[in-house]
Structure formats: C-alpha cells, structure tokens
Design a protein around this ligand. Sequence first.
Ligand code: GLN
Length: 304
Amino acid sequence: MTDFKSILEDINQQISNTEDKGNVADYIPELRNVNKNAFGIYLNVLNNKNFGIGDYQTKFSAQSITKALTLALAISKNPEDVWKRVDVEPSGNPFNFLSLLEVENGIPRNPFINSGAIVIADILVSELEHPKEDFLAFVRQLSNDNSIDYDIKVANSEKETGFKNYAIANLLKSFGNLKNDVDTVLDFYFMQCSLAMTCEQLTNAFYLFANHGKCLQNKLHITPSQTKRINAIMLTCGFYDEAGEFAFEVGLPGKSGVGGGIVAVLPNQFVISVWSPGLNKKGNSKLGMEALEIFTSKTELSIF
Ligand code: GLN
C-alpha cells in the first residue's frame, strides 16, 4: 500500500528547504501581499482517505483554476455554444496573449487562455439568471462548503489594472464572439478569478473530474464524456505555455492559477491541490509544480 502520508511529509520537508521559491504575481496589485513562504497540499484518494499538510486550510486566490469550473458549468448548460465559440488546441503562448485571437477571427484557441475563459464567462452571463450568485452556489455545492466566497478586493484590484483583458474582450466583441457588454462580462470574469479557496476546498471542487462528472455528494453535474473532454483540455492547455512540460514532468491533467495554486487529477484515483504563491517564469507555481513532480514520481501514479 502506498504510504501517501509519509510521501506528503517528505515533499513538505524537501520544499521547505528550497531557497528559490519563484516570484509572487504582482500585475494584480492585491496579490502582492501574499506570504511567499506559504505551502500547502491536500490529497483526496477516491474511496480511501484524505491527507492535508502545511497551509492546506489557508484561503488564497484561485484565479485561473476557476476556468475549469466555469467551463464545467457552461458545458452543463449549453455544450453546443461552448464548442462552436471556443477551440480545443493548446496555444503555446502566455494566458493573456492577444495576437492569435486576431489571426484566428475571434475564436480563442482553448477555454483556459483568457480569451477562451472570457467567452465562457459570456456564455454563463447569458445562461444564468444571477451569474455571480449562481456560479458561487455551483462551486459551494461541488465543494460542499458554504464558506467559499469571492474576494472583492482582488476583483476590484484586477478591474483597475486589467487592461489586457479589456483589450481581449473588445477584440472578441469586434468579431461577434461576445454577446453581452464588455463590462458586464469582465465584471463576472474578475469575480470568478477572485474566488478565495483553500487546497482542501479546491480538491473537493475538482472531485467531479476524477469521478466521471459526479461531485462529492454523488450528484451528476456533467456527463462522463464531457468530463473526459475537460480532462483532455486540462492536460493539453491547463498550464499556459508550459502544458507540455507539466505533462512531461508530472503527467496529470490539471489547472493552475497565478495565485500559486495547482489542482491535478488522476481519473478514478485521486485529486490533489498544492499551493505555493511564488511563480516560475511561465506563471505556474514553481514549488507547486516541483511538489507534484515528486508526488507522481514517488507514487508512480500518472496517466501514463
Ligand atoms: N485573473 C487573471 C487574469 O485574467 C487570471 C490569470 C491566471 O491565473 N493565469 O489575468
């Protein structure tokens, strides 16, 4: 039997001794205030046990990790619209890259770069009666935790400085791939990114991706086939222009965010979240990636 607990303890030990912790994202001013030494992991082994280590109960900014959750909700509401308006190819470019969108006539490469996530946000604004409240209720239900909430300070901080996202949304609008007002869609997008969650809550929220679309409470939210598709996109596009490296080093579908979190899944087997706020040059959590690499090496568990 794999001794998950001692593997996590080893990782914690190794990571806390690492000098170079990367750099905290500072282009959203409010994210500068995070403690760079924080580190947490939370693992849910399906039909077995949960294991937490370090700061796994501290809330941090989920940011782009929420793009997997908005995608799941949009697919559950209107899958035809999603696949018509967003492609499923890795971009090989940073998450806020603009040029491809122009060349490719306003169809974003995939739902996890900002342009794609903004189209998904637009679909949710059209489909949901109360977009912000309904999305929050969805995440709370997935995690079975009503204490999850938006961080308005982070949302406002991004709103004041999110010039590239305004440029992206305007470009989408010019190509007819944004149905609602730029401001309305970005208001929702900045709120979704501001969700403050712990490693434990994120692991619980992503449980459905390892469990054929059924959440922790056994409710079916997306079909098994839709779940496989989201996992495929997480593998090929979940880590900006570092998805290849992540598949090579870690070997799991997953999603990262500039708040320093990463959630990864092995279908039928486990969901794991890590948090270390310092990022590498590509914008992924530096130590989070290293921790997951050690985890899949020691456990010999990956999709490959
Ligand atoms: N809200 C951030 C942005 O749109 C999310 C970026 C991220 O986590 N990669 O720039």
